[in-house]
Design a binder for this molecule. Structure first.
Ligand code: HEM
Length: 388
């Protein structure tokens, strides 16, 4: 078996996952030493058993991006993780997020309107990319006009997870982003507003303020965690709805089904396909001993297609129930932005389905996957519809 992952069929890694679940569900890559787990039960365990599988990224020698995120909650273990998470949970409760709905609808209309009469657009560029960026920028109190720079930085950071990626480009992007956020943080320190950065600046844990590097970690994490992922949820939903006949029409006729359909997109084409951990102690998974200090990749995208958990796993079924997918992770690191991502996807997809009748992906389009082995979705999504 060739080392995992390969990128021969980047938008369709699912047959390869199925083969791995059958033949080598717990696999150590002989070239890199990295362990990979593919079955639902194992992925669930690796993601949630935090005392055994640590989230400290990069171990003792993190890359530059590793250093940037090292102090952020996604890469910390308890007890620090609990403290950091408690600072931001308020901003992301379902209630706090629901209050953003009118603004998200307004933005969706503004972004979609210029394309409606034309009958064709790249839906990623038109809507799926800018919407989450503007929402997160407004939450953080940073100018949405800088969104093209965010796109550049988050693309580069996400592509860092691709084998053979160019390190000098990453280093430059990481530094630029760090300098930008440091400037923003300083500005908010002098002129606090009603935004997340100002709230984090004021927050204290046991009488201690967050360090500048912890603040920077938060900003970078929100930018990367919240954007490309939600972009891909919207894009992947359009792929799923248009490739299974009658689905788009059915969702227009029965809008109450849309939230279920979004859960099925999260399962079927998970925007985050994999997550890293580091074994903190010697441990055994499915009879194989993984020594302490080993890097492990938990394949969420594979777990979500595991036939032992999901009947007919390769069928896209908008009514699937139960649907205990792992697309937002599991346990203490469960995605903080899940209510926001679900809300943005619902509003954006409602608008797309109702305003773009006869929606179809351009049959001549050569879809390419975003350059990442973690984040999954098409780079561009040329679509057509029957314009009035
Ligand atoms: C469809 C969209 C999204 C997907 C699929 C997704 C997926 C995930 C996953 C799998 C994790 C778990 C990481 C782990 O176990 O190590 C996670 C954590 C996280 N996500 Fe999301 N995410 C999405 C959207 C968002 C949004 C919109 C935000 C914020 C605005 C966000 C913020 C975070 C944060 C802060 C964490 C770290 C939580 C912690 O470590 O306690 N995510 N996300």
């Amino acid at each position: 078996m060739a080392p995992f992952p390969d990128f021969e069929q980047p938008l369709n890694p699912f047959p390869r996952y199925a083969a791995m679940r059958d033949s080598e569900p717990v696999f150590q890559d002989p070239d890199t030493g990295v362990w990979h787990v593919f079955r639902y039960d194992d992925v669930q365990r690796v993601l949630s058993e935090h005392a055994t599988f640590s989230s400290r990224m990069g171990g003792d020698n993190p890359s530059e991006t590793g250093q940037l995120f090292a102090a952020s909650l996604v890469n910390t273990d308890p007890p620090r993780h609990r403290q950091l998470r408690s600072l931001v949970t308020q901003a992301f409760t379902p209630r706090a997020v629901e209050a953003l709905a009118p603004r998200i609808s307004e933005l969706t209309d503004e972004l979609l309107e210029p394309a409606v009469a034309g009958g064709a657009t790249d839906l990623i560029e038109q809507l799926a990319y800018p919407l989450p960026v503007i929402v997160i920028a407004e939450l953080m109190g940073i100018p949405a006009s800088d969104r093209d720079r965010f796109k550049l930085w988050s693309d580069v950071i996400v592509s860092q997870t691709r084998p053979g990626a160019d390190d000098s480009v990453h280093t430059a992007a990481n530094r630029e982003m760090a300098e930008y956020f440091m400037g923003m943080i300083e500005e908010r320190r002098h002129r606090p507003g009603n935004d997340l950065i100002s709230a984090l600046l004021a927050a204290e844990i046991d009488g201690q303020k967050l360090s500048p590097i912890e603040l920077l970690g938060f900003c970078s994490l929100l930018l990367v965690a919240g954007n490309e992922t939600t972009t891909n949820l919207i894009g992947n939903a359009v792929l799923c709805f248009t490739e299974s006949p009658g689905t788009a029409e059915r969702l227009v006729a029965e809008p109450a089904l849309l939230p279920h359909a979004i859960e099925e997109v999260l399962r079927y084409r998970s925007p985050v396909q994999s997550m890293y951990r580091l074994s903190a102690v010697d441990t055994t998974v499915r009879g194989r001993t993984i020594p302490a200090g080993s890097p492990i990749i938990a394949w969420i995208g594979s777990a979500n297609r595991d036939g032992e958990q999901f009947p007919s796993p390769d069928e896209f079924d908008v009514e699937r129930s139960p649907n205990r997918h792992l697309a937002f992770g599991q346990g203490i690191h469960f995605c903080l932005g899940a209510p926001l991502a679900r809300l943005e996807a619902r509003i954006a997809l409602e608008a797309v389905l109702s305003r773009l009748p006869g929606l179809a992906v351009d049959p001549d389009a050569q879809l390419e996957r975003m350059e990442s082995m973690i984040v999954y979705g098409a780079k561009q999504l040329p679509v057509t519809w029957q314009a009035a």
